[in-house]
Design a protein around this ligand. Structure first.
Ligand code: GH3
Ligand code: MG
Ligand code: MG
Ligand code: MG
Ligand code: MG
Length: 309
């Protein structure tokens, strides 16, 4: 292990160093608390500190407190050196956060035993820390997986609902206006019936990619339902959203994905319903979505492959 020795008495320090090196540990030495603290900060891989209690400039108690206050991924095993019978010193050291103590006069057996405990404790701590890290990573992955549509990789409805809530909060705070597009593939059931479900899945992916490719900074796309996508457009007026929707509609049409069961266009198209959320409207998320749904319904009734507000 890498051990930092903090001891102002030259003889004790030397004995410690020789003893530790004989046990195969790596040592760095400081002759007062401040020097020890600076060494500790510089050499970020110290695992054990063996420190005297009374030292010039900074004592062992203060050194121990500082080490404990420092947020570190690794556990630093802290051992105090006390003379036999110094009961109060010992208690104060343990209270400051020390793990163990060595009594003077030092002997090799005692040193060996302390370092054995140190390696056991730090190994356990590091293992726990690593598990915690893996768990946090897994949790993050789960969080995203629960909010992502596996086919298109777009956000799902849960993600949409959460994002809309925070959009609303932002709107209240900054007075932004939001628009949403509800985009639905035309005659998609017929597509599946004609080309098969797997080919239908490929269309969903292609349309999602087209949507993603069309987003501007701050825009977000979600898979709203089977063949329906919702795109939120922050800080956009109705007119600019209409332009964006028309651009997207055109982009998907010009993908030119053959759709024989749709004779008027011959290719896959989408209909888009627009909705607007203004701070002064005092609308709910539900009303916002209902408005987009109503506009989409009108786009469908008027012959599909079009944008309606
Ligand atoms: P409209 O133009 O009125 O929107 O007609 P439509 O056929 O697109 O709409 P409808 O609601 O009748 O059918 C939607 C179809 O979308 C039916 C369903 O099989 C298909 N669908 C939904 N989710 C998926 C999916 O994940 N993969 C595939 N391949 N098809 C899906
Ligand atoms: Mg001393
Ligand atoms: Mg639909
Ligand atoms: Mg449809
Ligand atoms: Mg239908």
């Amino acid at each position: 292990m890498k051990v930092l020795i903090a001891e102002d008495d030259n003889v004790t320090r030397r004995i410690l160093q020789l003893g530790l090196e004989r046990l195969g540990h790596e040592c760095i030495c400081a002759s007062n608390g401040r020097e020890a603290w600076e060494l500790f900060l510089k050499e970020r891989n110290v695992e054990v500190i063996i420190s005297d209690r009374m030292m010039p400039e900074m004592d062992g108690i203060e050194l121990c407190r500082r080490v404990r206050q420092l947020q570190s991924d690794r556990y630093i095993y802290f051992v105090f050196i006390t003379a036999l019978g110094e009961r109060d010193n010992l208690l104060e050291g343990l209270e400051a956060g020390a793990d163990d103590y060595l009594t003077k006069p030092l002997d090799q057996q005692q040193l060996k035993a302390r370092l054995l405990t140190a390696s056991r404790v730090t190994a356990l701590h590091n293992r726990l820390h690593e598990q915690k890290r893996q768990l946090e990573h897994l949790n993050r992955e789960l969080w995203y997986a629960a909010r992502q549509d596996p086919l298109t990789k777009l956000g799902n409805r849960l993600r949409l609902r959460e994002d809309l809530e925070s959009l609303l909060a932002q709107m209240d705070r900054y007075g932004y206006t939001y628009c949403a597009m509800l985009c639905d593939i035309d005659n998609f059931k017929d597509y599946n019936d004609h080309y098969g479900h797997l080919a239908g899945d490929e269309v969903l992916k292609k349309v999602s990619e087209a949507i993603l490719g069309d987003l501007r900074k701050g825009d977000r796309a979600y898979r709203y339902g089977g063949e329906e996508f919702l795109i939120t457009l922050p800080e956009q007026t109705f007119d600019s959203a209409r332009i964006a929707a028309e651009r997207l509609r055109n982009r998907i049409e010009t993908l030119s994905i053959p759709h024989e069961a749709r004779p008027d266009t011959g290719v896959v198209t989408v209909s888009i319903g627009l909705s607007e959320l203004r701070p002064e409207h005092d609308k709910s998320v539900e009303a916002f979505l209902r408005e987009a749904d109503g506009a989409l319904y009108r786009a469908k009734s008027l012959g599909k492959n079009r944008v309606m507000a």
